[in-house]
Design a protein around this ligand. Structure first.
Ligand SMILES: [Zn+2]
Length: 264
């Protein structure tokens, strides 16, 4: 972290943060792991193989969290402590929810591992999302004890149509947006309150994945708020638009390295 950014944060009334895919778990470690490799291979033969892979990935991030990503969230949480902030994150690994960050100040429009849903539109007379943490913990425990045999794991099924439930994630067929919309409402309200306030905008690894969620609207907010400062941190796409010249700063570095202070 640079002093310039820390000074702007200290000096600002509100802080808007966008977190992108560069801060996300990449699951590469699973392919090299003797526990997961055979399970991933077996998942390929399952009817809803993409859903089964979601469960295996959930198991992986919960049981083997990436320490560097975890630490970078703690660092961010320290910096934002006591500030009026809001975070929009494209990540789906839930590290942010397992950090000390204030959950009420976070929206994750791509979903994650916190709720299950059916891929069909079948839940007419019941809740569309299964948010019971117990159901998820139970299947993770079954995976713990499966001894390399995926068929011994009973994955949760829809109470209506009896098909395997998927996680409430953007890549799930029929993604249920009600998983994040209540927080999105809080975010847009918060954003309206930034008008004419001294606002510090920080992008951490948000590239061209869903640019209409962070990248483009954040530039627009910075453009219309003359009191805003803008920081773009990205390992590959740090470039700024000319309209923000003089008020924007960019760093070509991976956001995890940036937060942990590693100039790699
Ligand atoms: Zn169903």
């Amino acid at each position: 972290m640079t002093n310039e950014l820390l000074e702007q944060i200290a000096d600002s009334q509100m802080i808007l943060i966008g977190i992108g895919k560069e801060m996300e778990e990449n699951y590469q470690g699973m392919d090299e792991d003797d526990f997961y490799r055979p399970l991933l291979a077996q998942a390929q033969d399952e009817k809803d193989s993409a859903a089964i892979i979601q469960y295996l990935r959930c198991h992986y991030v919960r049981r083997h969290p990436n320490q560097r990503i975890k630490e970078s969230y703690e660092k961010l949480s320290d910096i934002l402590d006591g500030k009026n902030y809001f975070i929009v994150s494209l990540t789906e690994d839930d590290y942010i929810y397992n950090s000390t960050m204030e959950k009420d100040r976070i929206v994750t429009p791509c979903g994650g591992f916190r709720a299950l849903q059916c891929k069909e539109e079948c839940s007419t007379d019941q809740e569309a999302l299964v948010t019971d943490e117990h159901v998820i913990l139970q299947v993770l425990e079954k995976i713990d004890h499966c001894e390399g045999t995926l068929s011994s794991v009973d994955f949760p099924v829809c109470a209506q149509c009896c098909q395997t439930l998927w996680f409430n994630r953007i890549e799930t067929p029929g993604y249920r947006e009600e998983g994040y919309l209540p927080q999105w409402g809080k975010y847009t309200e918060w954003l309206q309150g930034t008008l004419n306030r001294k606002l510090c905008i920080i992008e951490l690894g948000a590239g061209m994945e869903y640019p209409s969620v962070i990248r483009f609207p954040f530039e627009k907010v910075a453009f219309f708020n003359q009191k805003a400062s803008f920081f773009r941190i990205h390992g590959k796409l740090p470039y700024l638009t000319e309209e923000l010249a003089g008020r924007a700063t960019s760093f070509k570095i991976n956001p995890v390295d940036f937060l942990l202070g590693d100039e790699k």
